[in-house]
Design a protein around this ligand. Structure first.
Ligand code: ADP
Length: 377
């Protein structure tokens, strides 16, 4: 049995287009698809560079083919249309049955959502790092700054906005079949959890993900919004990539805990948004420091400062830290997020400061990247 890790290890010895960065770390590669004794990988490129990339493809194919048990290796080049170009993405080279073929053919629907000025994705490289808690409190903090805000809970694996906002009613369906989102503390909330039973085990296939997302985005009466915060599904798989490709995002906020493993995943998140040309507005370190409620002692359970360091390393802005605190969990569980239940407290202040940084980056309208994208380990 060939494993994905074996393939990635073999490809790590192949330098990417800059001649230095190992191919798997360039952010240009699709996931590895293994079908019996055959391995497929797609590499993204601009059509104009397709010819120059051919030697790289050959080197990658040879590296995979040299693995024991591999009967065939196909490394395909795929090209995607630039955002706003409107055209269908075209394969840069016959991509065979490689995973890139279907991805390229999936196309994009990045048309703006009328009335919505900025759409910001809150994403994480893996689950359980507090992405939804952060998205919810940030949406409320942005509203606290006087902005008109919506929150779209697109976490198909675990929609949590109904719980976090304490909403039990379903959205109203209007005559034109548009959904009217419930409003809590000034924030319009729409959740995939309103449309499907959160307890039901659903296997989300690509087209279902997209139609659900487009419905949440475009068949909801959002009205005029300054910011629509999208709580993305955790991870960097195909569903996430499709979403990132198909929502007209102004930028992405990556939530991570300070642990090394979470940071590696966060790095993948940054690479994913790079891949689809969405500016990373910054990184938030969640569960940063634990302050014992009994004795006030500060301890760094998951380490501390890792996300800041990682953000610097990958050239993304660091937006701030949220401590690990019982109050944040309890208020979330109770459906009264800490920004609302303790607006004068230190946790609300942390979310507000991050919200301000996001708002000013959105106002500046610039890609927040500070450093080159190429990372050399
Ligand atoms: P994700 O969306 O990344 O899966 P959640 O936002 O659902 O994560 O958070 C996972 C759990 O961690 C929840 O029980 C939540 O209340 C808790 N949590 C999130 N952030 C914090 C924090 N800063 N301090 C304490 N608990 C937190």
């Amino acid at each position: 049995m060939i494993t994905r890790d074996q393939v990635l290890a073999a490809l790590a010895r192949v330098p990417g287009p800059d001649g230095v960065t190992p191919l798997p770390e360039t952010g240009l590669m699709s996931d590895v698809a293994i079908n019996g004794d055959r391995v497929y990988v797609a590499i993204r490129t601009e059509p104009a560079r397709a010819a120059a990339m051919e030697p790289l493809c050959r080197a990658a194919e040879q590296a995979i083919a040299a693995l024991p048990g591999v009967a065939g290796a196909l490394v395909a080049l795929t090209a995607e249309a630039s955002p706003g170009a409107g055209g269908r993405p075209a394969p840069a080279r016959a991509a065979g049955h490689g995973p890139g073929a279907s991805r390229a053919a999936a196309g994009r629907n990045r048309a703006a959502v009328p009335g919505v000025r900025h759409i910001v994705a809150v994403a994480s490289g893996k689950g359980g790092v507090g992405k939804s808690t952060t998205a919810c409190n940030l949406a409320l903090a942005l509203a606290g700054l006087g902005l008109s805000v919506g929150l779209l809970d697109a976490d198909i694996y675990g929609p949590s906005a109904p719980r976090l906002f304490g909403i039990s009613e379903k959205p109203e369906m209007l005559e034109n079949r548009m959904l009217k989102p419930p409003v809590r503390w000034g924030v319009k909330v729409m959740s995939i959890g309103f449309l499907v039973d959160p307890e039901a085990a659903i296997i989300w296939r690509g087209p279902m993900v997209m139609s659900a997302l487009q419905q949440l985005l475009r068949e909801v009466v959002w009205g005029d919004l300054d910011v629509l915060v999208v709580d993305m599904p955790p991870g960097t798989g195909d569903a996430q990539l499709t979403m990132a490709q198909n929502v007209p995002l102004a930028g992405a906020v990556i939530v991570s805990t300070p642990q090394d493993l979470a940071l590696i995943d966060a790095r993948r998140g940054v690479a994913m948004f790079d891949k689809v040309d969405v500016p990373v507005l910054g990184v938030v370190e969640n569960m940063s420091t634990f302050i014992c409620p009994a004795c006030g002692t500060r301890s760094d359970i998951f380490g501390h400062g890792g996300a800041r360091h990682e953000a610097e390393r990958i050239g993304a802005p660091f937006l701030g830290e949220i401590p690990l605190h019982m109050t944040i969990r309890e208020t979330s569980d109770a459906g009264r997020p800490v920004v609302i239940s303790e607006p004068e407290g230190p946790h609300a202040a942390a979310y507000l400061s991050i919200a301000k940084a996001i708002a000013s980056r959105l106002a500046a309208g610039a890609s927040a990247r500070q450093a080159p994208r190429i990372v050399i380990d």
